[in-house]
Design a protein around this ligand. Structure first.
Ligand code: GLU
Length: 306
């Protein structure tokens, strides 16, 4: 049987410098695709005009180049693809699955069942019950966000690292937002449309996005798009157990570059990933034959010092 070429992707949000956490997941995504002889494409997730700039997009590309993490084809900018997201949104509208939600943030929280363990709220669907008249009144003072209805079905997929993962959308998530009240299309919609348009068949990213995957698979099914394979890699945590974020300045690539060469940085990460026995300098290319999913840790990693 002919084997399909793996096509992975980088999907950074260019709202600042790369930091250790996204270098880690980017490296593993790249190694997974390259070690399978596959391709890697780059998508700049610059949908949010308040947070993302072209200057940060350029910086992310320079950072990936510095690390030796190459990509194929021209980069794709989400900010240029609003039309394509609008088409997908309308296709779902035509299926009768979209409704306006007038809840303010405070009301949304009140309208939600208790948080899940990952902090996400479960919307109870109250705005789907509004009459046309009620909608008309509300729309005089508020601009709605737009939600997609979810059904009773459960979504199951097999993660490359975590194995079988299952979610019942109705009880674990609820109807979710596809378009914000300011008109910006939501990440969940854009990512599904773009992964398909870019021919991505392998998605490797941080395990903070594991619980987004059932929603994305749900949208793929509604839109008739292929389902990529998924691998959610453990997160790097700070010494006190928090997820590394952009505010951890000492973990930002600009700061890391003053302490390490690219091979030194990669060597330390590859060691944490279980790919090399010592944290010795190594290039991205040299790591390709050493990668395997079996070697990767399953649990999030605390970075005592880096
Ligand atoms: N843009 C997201 C981030 O930087 C990643 C989205 C994804 O991999 O699906 O966290």
């Amino acid at each position: 049987m002919e084997q399909k070429t793996v096509r992975g992707r980088f999907a950074p949000s260019p709202s600042g410098r790369m930091h250790l956490g996204n270098i880690w997941s980017g490296l593993l995504a790249w190694l997974s695709a390259r070690s399978a002889g596959g391709e890697m494409v780059l998508r700049l997730e610059d949908l949010d005009p308040d947070r993302c700039t072209r200057a940060w997009c350029d910086q992310v590309m320079r950072d990936l180049e510095w690390l030796g993490l190459t990509w194929d084809n021209e980069p794709v900018y989400q900010s240029e693809r609003t039309e394509v997201y609008a088409q997908a949104f309308h296709a779902l509208e035509e299926q009768g699955l979209i409704y306006p939600c007038y809840c303010t943030r405070a009301e949304r929280l009140a309208a939600s069942a208790p948080h899940r363990s990952d902090g996400q709220t479960i919307y109870d669907g109250r705005c789907s019950q509004l009459t046309e008249g009620e909608r008309e009144v509300l729309s005089q003072t508020r601009r709605p966000a737009w939600r997609v209805k979810v059904g009773q079905e459960s979504i199951t997929f097999c993660d490359l690292l975590h194995g079988k993962y299952k979610e019942d959308l109705k009880t674990d998530c609820g109807d979710f937002i596809l378009r914000r009240s300011d008109g910006v299309y939501a990440y969940q919609l854009a990512v599904v449309v773009d992964d398909a348009a870019m021919g991505v068949n392998q998605v490797v990213r941080g395990s903070d996005l594991l619980s987004s995957t059932p929603r994305q698979i749900y949208l793929q099914r509604l839109l008739g798009l292929p389902e990529p394979e998924y691998g959610h890699v453990p997160l790097l945590l700070s010494a006190d157990g928090r997820r590394l974020a952009k505010r951890d300045r000492d973990q930002e690539l600009g700061e890391l570059q003053s302490r390490y060469t690219a091979p030194e940085l990669l060597g330390r990460l590859a060691h944490r990933a279980g790919l090399i026995p010592e944290p010795a300098p190594i290039t991205a290319q040299e790591l390709i034959p050493l990668f395997s999913w079996e070697k990767l840790p399953r649990e999030d990693l605390k970075m005592e010092k880096f």
